[in-house]
Each structure stands twice: as C-alpha cells, then as structure tokens.
Design a protein around this ligand. Structure first.
Ligand SMILES: *Cc1c(COP(=O)(O)O)cnc(C)c1O
Length: 397
C-alpha cells in the first residue's frame, strides 16, 4: 500500500532492533549476553505493584482527565518543589504515556517546517526522528570526548540562527552518561536565555547519578529561565517502570495546555492504573531509588575497568544513567576471517556473531567511533560479556 511520505523521514528505533535480533538468536538456543537494554533490570517495587492491583480492585479502570489525575499532578508538583524548589500549578503539568510521549507531543506543538531544533550529540536516538516528524530540522551539535562530551557555550552560540526554536538536552545523558556542573549549565543557560531558545530538558536519568555529581534543573536558575524551560521526566528509569508508560512534562501554561489538547486527539489519558502506580512511586518510600543507583554505580565501576583493560579501547567514566560509550576506532580497518570492520555497525555485528554479545552501534547516537553498552544487567553477565568482547577483539588483525 502507498505510505505517507513522512514515513521516509524516520527509521525504527535501532536499540529495539538489535534487541529483537539478540532475542531471536537467544530463542534459537544461543547463549547471548545483551548489553543492549535501555531499561533497568530491577523489578518494579512491590508497593507500586500493589497500588496498581488495588486500583483495579477498586474499579479505577475508566477514562481519566486527558492530562492526568489531580492527585498525580500534585505528587509531581511536590516532587519538583522538593528536588528543585520549583513552583508549578496543575495547569502547568501534563501526564503522558511515558517521557517519550511527552517529548513527541511537545515537539509537535512547538516546532514546524522552517524551524531548527538543536540536539547535542551523542544524542538519544529518538530526538532526531521526533524532530523530523514535525517537519522541523534537527541541527546536531557534535561534542567531543576531549570536552568530556559536553556542549560548549561557544558551540551553542555558533549553532544558533534566526530559525532556531529550541534545544533538546538531557543529562545525565544516554549514551555517554555525562553530567554538567552548575557553572557549566549557567554558561549554557546564559546563551539560551539571550537568544530565547526554548529548552526541552529530558531529566529521565536525574536520579541515576554517581560520585559527587549533582543534578541541577536549568528551570530553577531564574524566573526568566523557568519561562523558556520545559521539564520532561517520568517513572520508567528511576522506579523500574518502563512497561507502565507514565511520563510527564512541566512548563509554561500555554505550552502544557497545547500538549493536553494534542494528547486529547491521539491517546487521551495515560492508563488509569499506571497513574495510580506512578502516584505510589512518587509518594511512597524513596530509599529504593538511591539503592538502585548505588547498584548501577558498582556495575559501572566493573564494566569501565574491564573495558579499559582491553588494548585499543578507551572509555570515559560515565557520571550517571546506565550506559558506557567506549571508543573502538582503533580496530577499524582490522578484520577476522576476511571480514573487515570499518564502522560501529560492523563492530556490533561482529560482536554479536563472534562473541554472542549484543551492543548498539555508536552511529545511532551520532558517533560512529563508539559503541553503546548498557550495564543494566548482573555483575556476572558484565564479567562474562566483557571477557567475550576481549577475546573477540584480540582476534582482529
Ligand atoms: C528511556 C529514555 C526515555 C523514555 O522514557 P519513557 O518514559 O519510558 O518513555 C526518554 N529519554 C531518554 C534519554 C531515555 O533513555
């Protein structure tokens, strides 16, 4: 059948594609170790599951208000106040089917043909495709390992044109796990404020942060900054709730009201049951959030050590999220059994076939010299998987 041209603008999520290929190999009986996962491997905590079950039993199974129930909006408002001393009202919050849905809806109410949207790379794969679907042009600003993959204020200044309407920024970042200091964010904020660039801040990894790094929301810097910032967050990563599909956006009332209107004509409200579960996640005990982050940090320490021990690999220490982003360019031009590896995609195929290890090519995040490995898996799998990678790389001549 003839498909709309807009379908040529985007590709299926590569992360999900690799995962599918790895799953198929697993199903055929191969022992595959996956570093592909974009989700925590921990169970959703029991108090959250119980709240969902109770809501079903209580018959809370009908449509809710499009932008979410008031109780959940209030819990989000309290969270933003508690964590960032930010004041929002209910009309400045919209609950959606995951943070990705909020990002998609925001992009569609804000951007259109002729607009440019800045995306620092390495970037999360969906940002560029979401912007393409709006008709606007994603303008990728490449950051460098020598800058710790941090966007520099001068790069930002250079990328801004009269068409620039927004920036999508996320820290700790997926895939490089980079965090900004308060001072660094202030410098970026100064440029964005001066040019009145709308900031979409994807804060999904806010709570998965290591060492003495702290998370700062640019919206909290000043009243003027709050006016140009939209915060996107959700419960997927902090509470191991990826399947529940609850995310939210907080920002200026006109934008949030537009997102709610847009959502009213596509999905309507997010699941009533998941909203009750998210309410328990935000209102219930918070110790688990920190405990899971400490567990991720232990795994980071191991995977970083193991990868950096492999001759030819160099890998920056991530400051948050649960991914590492090693540089593998030293192996390009080398091969095994007549097959030469020339890019990150060749390398991902080689590792899947030769080592039975699934990783994601860095090209999908805008950096072809890298691979992305998720360490949302057990220490045992990390030890075993990195050993397999080491053996496979040593075979390359
Ligand atoms: C996982 C992820 C999301 C999506 O979260 P959902 O709430 O599950 O839609 C958004 N941004 C980044 C950078 C992510 O890695």
């Amino acid at each position: 059948m003839r498909l709309a041209k807009r379908m040529d603008l985007i590709k299926p999520s590569p992360t999900l594609a690799i995962q599918a290929k790895a799953n198929a190999l697993k199903a055929s009986g191969l022992d595959i170790i996956s570093f592909g996962a974009g989700e925590p491997d921990f169970e959703t905590p029991d108090n959250i599951k119980d709240a969902a079950i109770a809501s079903i039993k209580a018959g809370f199974t009908k449509y809710t208000a499009v932008g979410g129930i008031d109780e959940l909006k209030d819990a989000i408002i309290d969270k933003l106040k508690r964590d960032h001393q930010l004041d929002y009202s209910r009309s400045q919050i919209v609950v959606s089917n995951g943070a990705k849905h909020s990002l998609f809806n925001l992009a569609h109410v804000l951007f259109e043909e002729g607009d440019e949207v800045l995306i620092p790379s390495p970037y999360w794969v969906s940002y560029t495709d979401i912007v393409y679907l709006t008709g606007a042009k994603p303008v990728v600003i490449k950051t460098y390992a020598s800058d710790g993959f941090k966007l520099q204020p001068s790069q930002l200044e250079d990328a801004i044109t009269s068409r620039t309407r927004g920036i999508i920024i996320s820290y700790p970042s997926n895939p490089a796990g980079i965090c900004y200091t308060h001072r660094e964010l202030e410098k970026l904020a100064e440029v964005l404020l001066r040019h009145q660039v709308t900031i979409i801040s994807d804060d999904i990894y806010e709570k998965i942060i290591y060492d003495d790094n702290k998370f700062y929301s640019m919206a909290s810097f000043s009243e003027e900054m709050k006016k140009i910032c939209i915060i996107v967050n959700g419960v997927s990563k902090s509470y191991s709730m990826t399947g529940w599909r609850i995310g939210y956006a907080a920002g200026p009332e006109d934008v949030i009201s537009a997102v709610t209107k847009y959502q009213s004509q596509n999905t309507s409200n997010p699941s009533s049951i998941s909203q009750k579960a998210a309410l328990e996640a935000l209102r219930g005990p918070q110790e688990g959030v920190e405990a899971r982050a400490r567990e991720f940090q232990k795994r980071r320490d191991v995977i970083i050590k193991r990868l950096n021990e492999i001759p030819g690999i160099s890998c920056m220490n991530p400051q948050g999220a649960f991914y590492v982003f090693p540089n593998i360019a030293a192996f390009f031009g080398r091969g095994f059994n007549g097959k030469i590896i020339n890019n990150s995609s060749d390398m991902a195929s080689y590792l899947l076939e030769q080592a039975n290890v699934a990783v994601i090519p860095g090209a999908d995040f805008g950096h072809d010299d890298h691979l992305r490995l998720s360490y949302a898996t057990s220490l045992e799998q990390i030890e075993k998987g990195t050993e397999r990678i080491r053996e496979a790389l040593l075979k390359l001549r």
